[in-house]
Design a protein around this ligand. Structure first.
Ligand SMILES: [Zn+2]
Length: 198
């Protein structure tokens, strides 16, 4: 169990993956109970602000008729189209003004599941001397998985906030956990007993 206010240290960053309306209940590609990650992530966000730990928020940001859409022969229904309401961050996610938005899914030649994939995120982390990243968001077995595996490839200490992510499928989530663990990622759950101090 981790209390965000004790866990976050200098040299850390918080990476929030794709907590967008289309991935939450009511959206175009809803993940079961996807919105339940929001209050958990808000606790981490507030703790990060107080500890001056940078907050990165990735977003899927597809052009219309993106190759990942089934209508274009891809795998997913139309989702997170640039500037659509479904592409917005969940309205209850309390991103600070200082949050750094990482945009992905804009390439015409391939999809980008990882927040590190051709986005400049690795450089932004280097600039801030980040050595350890805490990662949560959606979906556990797709973009969170890819982001965690890339963070490990970058040599970053990597911790998955296990209660701040949800999978597309339970089996996929279990497989992803095993892959992330084998890649050297750690897992922490958020201590629910710690009340939020102002
Ligand atoms: Zn997408």
């Amino acid at each position: 169990m981790s209390d965000p206010r004790r866990a976050l240290q200098a040299g850390d960053a918080l990476i929030i993956v794709d907590v967008q309306c289309d991935f939450c209940p009511g959206g175009a590609l809803p993940i079961d109970r996807g919105d339940e990650v929001v209050p958990v992530l808000n606790r981490w966000i507030h703790a990060a602000e107080d500890a001056h730990v940078p907050v990165f928020a990735s977003r899927d940001w597809h052009p219309p008729r993106h190759l990942s859409f089934t209508e274009s022969g891809g795998e997913w229904p139309v989702h997170c189209v640039q500037d659509s309401s479904g592409a917005r961050f969940h309205p209850a996610l309390e991103l600070p003004d200082s949050a750094i938005v990482v945009t992905k899914g804009i390439r015409a030649d391939r999809d980008q599941y990882s927040a590190f994939d051709d986005t400049g995120l690795a450089l932004e982390l280097q600039k801030r001397a980040v050595r350890r990243v805490w990662i949560g968001g959606l979906a556990q077995d797709v973009c969170v998985r890819a982001t965690v595996l890339d963070a490990r490839r970058q040599g970053l200490d990597t911790i998955v906030i296990a209660d701040a992510t949800r999978p597309v499928t339970r089996a996929g989530g279990e497989r992803a956990n095993e892959e992330m663990r084998q890649a050297g990622a750690g897992f922490e759950t958020t201590d629910p007993t710690q009340s939020e101090k102002e």
